[in-house]
Design a protein around this ligand. Structure first.
Ligand SMILES: C[S@@+](CC[C@H](N)C(=O)[O-])C[C@H]1O[C@@H](n2cnc3c(N)ncnc32)[C@H](O)[C@@H]1O
Length: 269
């Protein structure tokens, strides 16, 4: 199934998603746990970076992980197979048209998918349909507008802007984190609670410089070089300077980014 996705489906991008998941696990998943025996739907599982964390943190929950991309699902299944405790059912599906019955999952988990959707409301309505009354929806998303650094240069800001603009041109929203409350409340979920999860990096935290600044954020921005140049969003010299300026924060400057984690409930009528 062909599907347009700003970061692409390359092995480099898959590696980036796994680095990102490992680095951010404690910050984003410290409070993610599903009880034994419950049915959990992971929507947009990709190559399984979050699936592995869900399995580790909730080994006795029954996980169904879906994605629209068959190749990503195959990779996810291969990775999870190496985890002795894993009982995950991988299924190819469009989250706007799931093949599952109404009310059949106890919980739904979504990470870094809404930002790629032109019509997130359609997907949220569908996730609500398959969620049982009283069940929870958890959504984790970033917001590239929350990024700033020191030293902050114009070129650094412009390369990040290229990613935001490319994602918007593809129908997505790299600034979706700030919209989680209105999106979930607008989809008629109840008790919507959104918590910012702040990443702060300086040279006293070398593991964050490598795991987040370099391998997650700068790698993600650098990944859209070809598209940004092809579409004339930036000239090559400014692109090179912007990426160099982002890298120059490592070892001497600071890096800031905010993720947002929302937990909401489906109403019991
Ligand atoms: C940035 S990746 C995130 C993957 C994974 N959740 C993670 O955090 O590593 C976004 C994923 O959403 C999937 N996706 C996008 N639109 C989808 C849809 N309508 N239905 C199912 N999956 C979708 C893409 O194929 C991609 O694997």
């Amino acid at each position: 199934m062909k599907h347009s996705y700003v970061h692409g489906y390359t092995p480099v991008e898959s590696g980036r998603l796994h680095d990102q998941a490992r680095t951010l696990e404690a910050l984003l998943h410290g409070d993610t746990h599903y009880p034994a025996g419950c049915q959990v739907l992971e929507a947009g599982c990709g190559t399984g970076a979050q699936t592995a964390i869900l399995v580790r943190r909730s080994p006795e929950a029954r996980l169904t992980s879906v994605d629209i991309a068959a190749a990503s699902l195959r990779e996810a299944a291969q990775r999870i197979r190496t985890m002795a405790t894993a009982t995950v059912s991988f299924e190819q599906a469009d989250c706007a048209r799931l093949p599952h019955a109404d009310n059949c999952f106890d919980h739904v988990f979504v990470c870094f998918m809404l930002e790629h959707l032109a019509r997130p409301n359609d997907v949220l309505a569908e996730l609500k349909r398959v969620l049982q009354p009283g069940g929870t929806l958890t959504v984790i998303e970033g917001d590239h507008g929350s990024f700033y650094c020191y030293p902050q240069t114009d070129a650094a800001g412009r390369v990040v802007r290229c990613l935001i603009d490319l994602q918007a041109a593809g129908g997505g929203d790299a600034l979706v984190g700030r919209r989680l409350y209105p999106l979930l409340a607008g989809a008629h979920f109840e008790t919507v609670r959104v918590a910012p999860r702040v990443v702060y990096v300086d040279p006293s935290r070398p593991e964050w410089e490598q795991g987040f600044s370099r391998d997650t954020f700068i790698a993600m921005v650098a990944g859209v070089e070809e598209d940004a140049l092809d579409q004339g969003l930036i000239d090559p010299a400014t692109w090179r300077r912007g990426i160099a300026d982002l890298k120059a924060t490592i070892g001497r400057g600071t890096f800031h980014y905010t993720f947002f984690k929302a937990i909401a409930r489906k109403a019991i009528d």
